[in-house]
Design a protein around this ligand. Structure first.
Ligand code: KIV
Length: 274
C-alpha cells in the first residue's frame, strides 16, 4: 500500500528564492471555493484588502477591519493546501507603531494559519518591516500605487510616469528589500521604472499594472473573471462571467415564475408503502 505524503505548502523563503527564476503566479482570493481552484495553479494566494471593494461594495479599502481579513484568511486557508497564503494588513492596523504592527500581524498568523502578511508603504514602513521580520513574521511589501493612501494620492493613478519622479520609488523599493521583506508588489507603475526596480533589488517584484519583466504578476481574481463593474485599464479579462451568471439567474427566475422549477426529476416521490 502506498501512502501519499501530505502536500507541502510553499513558504516565504521559497518565494524569495524565485528572484530572477520561474515567474511567480499570484491571484487574490477571499473564499474557500475560489482558493481551492487557484491552489492548483498559483504559487501565492493573496487575501487582499481589495475584498472591501470587491465583496462588500465599499468605495475604497479604508473601512476594512482586521476581523474581516482574519475571517476571509481562514476561509482561504481551508480551501488551499499548496500555495503560500498572504493576508493583507488593513488600514489602521499597523501604521501607528512597530509594536501595533506586530500585535496585529501576530493575530493574523495565529488566527488564520497563513504564511505571511502584506503591508503597504516603502521607506516609512522599513523600520516596521525589519521589526516584524526579526520576530518571525514574513512580510511582503507593496509600493507604487498604494490604495490605502488614496486620500493622500488624490486618486487611483499610475505612478512614476515622469522619470524625474523616480527617485522616491527607487528608495522605497530598496528600503523594503534591505529591511527584509521577502518580496514586493509594484502597483500601477510606469513600465520602465518597474523593470528598473526589478533589475536593481534582490527580492522578487510582483507586478500589477507594472512590467512583464517583474519576477511575478498578481491580479484581483474578480477583475480578470469579468465580475467587477469597474476595473483598472491594465487588467486583462480572461473570461466574462458576469453575463453568464446573469443568464443563468434569468433562466432560473423564468422557471420559478412559470412553476417549471423544480422539474419532475428533482421532486421526491412518496415511498411506495407509505
Ligand atoms: O488588496 C489587493 O488585492 C492587493 C492587490 C491589488 C495587490 O493589494
Amino acid at each position: 500500500m502506498s501512502v501519499q505524503a501530505p502536500q507541502r505548502r510553499l513558504t516565504a523563503p521559497d518565494i524569495r528564492a524565485r528572484k530572477g527564476g520561474e515567474p511567480i503566479v499570484m491571484l487574490t482570493s477571499y473564499h474557500a471555493h475560489t482558493a481551492r481552484i487557484l491552489d492548483q495553479h498559483c504559487d501565492v494566494i493573496l487575501v487582499g484588502d481589495s475584498l472591501g471593494m470587491v465583496m462588500h461594495g465599499m468605495e475604497s479599502t479604508l473601512p476594512v477591519t482586521l476581523d474581516m481579513m482574519i475571517l476571509q484568511g481562514r476561509a482561504v486557508m481551508r480551501g488551499s493546501q499548496r500555495a503560500l497564503v498572504v493576508v493583507d494588513m488593513p488600514f489602521g492596523s499597523y501604521e501607528a507603531s512597530k509594536e501595533q504592527a506586530f500585535l496585529s500581524a501576530a493575530r493574523v498568523l495565529k488566527e488564520t494559519g497563513c504564511g505571511a502578511i502584506k503591508v503597504e508603504g516603502g521607506r516609512r514602513m522599513a523600520e516596521t518591516i525589519a521589526f516584524l521580520v526579526e520576530r518571525g513574521v514574513p512580510v511582503m511589501a507593496h509600493v507604487g500605487l498604494t490604495p490605502q493612501a488614496i486620500n493622500a494620492l488624490g486618486g487611483f493613478r499610475a505612478q512614476g510616469r515622469d522619470p524625474a519622479d523616480w527617485g522616491p520609488f527607487e528608495e522605497d523599493a530598496r528600503a523594503v528589500a534591505e529591511a527584509g521583506a521577502f518580496s514586493v508588489v509594484l502597483e500601477a507603475m510606469a513600465e520602465p521604472l518597474a523593470a528598473r526596480l526589478t533589475r536593481d533589488i534582490d527580492i522578487p517584484t510582483i507586478g500589477i499594472g507594472a512590467s512583464p519583466t517583474c519576477d511575478g504578476q498578481v491580479l484581483v481574481l474578480e477583475d480578470m473573471l469579468g465580475l467587477s463593474p469597474r476595473v483598472p485599464k491594465f487588467v486583462k479579462r480572461y473570461t466574462d462571467l458576469g453575463p453568464s451568471i446573469g443568464q443563468a439567474v434569468a433562466e432560473y427566475a423564468r422557471e420559478v415564475r412559470s412553476r417549471a422549477f423544480p422539474g419532475p426529476e428533482h421532486v421526491y416521490p412518496l415511498k411506495k408503502n407509505v
